[in-house]
Design a protein around this ligand. Structure first.
Ligand SMILES: NC(=O)c1ccc[n+]([C@@H]2O[C@H](COP(=O)([O-])OP(=O)(O)OC[C@H]3O[C@@H](n4cnc5c(N)ncnc54)[C@H](O)[C@@H]3O)[C@@H](O)[C@H]2O)c1
Length: 264
């Protein structure tokens, strides 16, 4: 019989109501973790909890937490520290993206992207680390992006937030290493079948470049040496590795899951 690699470990996944966060929550639960889905979309987070249970997994408390709200993050983490009494894995996945050419970028939208993607990661990692330091173990994983390592067209706020996320990952890793808390990031390529692409980016890029949505898809797929878009499972595989003991000697890393796209 196959053993579950994360049996009984307590995990938080932020932005877990849909998309990649949902896939990560389900993937961690399939490996035996007790997963708490957090999202500003509480109905979506509750549905993910139900899916975890329907698949035979253990769901923790689904919470309506905005990652930029330090008081809410602190209070939810403290309640986990009381019951079930530990926190082993934090996946900082919640993220937003606003597409504008730099001279047309509204300052308030720019600030909000940094606030959610970078400051939100800091806030969640800070309060998770308080518990993990006490128990002298834990794995913090940030969902970053290939745009955390290379500038991104009409995407300055997102790229800036993700570059910052890698600096934060390395700095957290240095601060927390002596307490046996590891901090790593995963940098996916384009998840072309995610709601983010399907519901907004395809339309937006097709309009901006005056090409069809199929041409937008081809343009992005052609940039990938392995010749296909990134899938949720590609990213989940690496998150599971970083969450578990097989990556025990890794900290401060930002791992590309891009089909080789960053080499082009
Ligand atoms: N979709 C892609 O192609 C792609 C590629 C690389 C990296 N990523 C990264 O993956 C992560 C998830 O992206 P996705 O495509 O699944 O996005 P998505 O928009 O489908 O899902 C994001 C989730 O985060 C939640 N959220 C937004 N703001 C929040 C906040 N302040 N507090 C709590 N929850 C909040 C949303 O309600 C939503 O459920 C992001 O960090 C994104 O940068 C996505």
């Amino acid at each position: 019989m196959e053993t579950q690699t994360l049996k009984g470990r307590v995990a938080i996944v932020t932005g877990a109501a849909r998309g990649l966060g949902e896939a990560i929550a389900l993937g961690l639960a399939a490996e035996g973790a007790i997963v708490c889905p957090w999202d500003i979309n509480i109905e979506g987070a509750r549905q993910v909890s139900e899916k975890i249970r329907a698949a035979g997994g253990q769901a923790g408390h689904p919470a309506a937490v905005d990652v930029t709200d330090a008081a809410a993050v602190r209070s939810e983490v403290e309640s986990l520290a009381r019951d079930p009494g530990r926190l082993d894995i934090l996946v900082s996945n919640a993220g937003i993206l606003k597409v504008h050419e730099v001279t047309e970028f509204p300052e308030e939208e720019w600030r909000r992207v940094i606030e959610v993607n970078l400051t939100g990661y800091f806030i969640c990692a800070k309060y998770a680390a308080l518990v993990m330091k006490r128990q002298r173990s834990g794995s913090i994983i940030q969902v970053n992006s290939k745009s955390g390592k290379k500038g991104s067209y009409r995407n300055s706020a997102y790229a800036a937030s993700k570059f910052g996320g890698i600096g934060l990952t390395q700095s957290l890793a240095l601060d927390l290493a002596s307490c046996n808390v590891r901090v790593n990031a995963v940098c996916p390529g384009n998840l072309l079948d995610s709601p983010l692409w399907q519901e907004s980016l395809f339309d937006e890029y097709a309009r901006k470049w005056n090409i069809s949505k199929e041409e937008v898809r081809r343009k992005y797929t052609d940039q990938v040496p392995l010749g296909r878009p990134c899938t949720y499972q590609d990213v989940v595989n690496v998150v599971l590795f970083l969450a578990g003991d097989q990556s025990a000697y890794m900290t401060g890393q930002a791992i590309n899951v891009t089909g080789g796209q960053e080499m082009r």
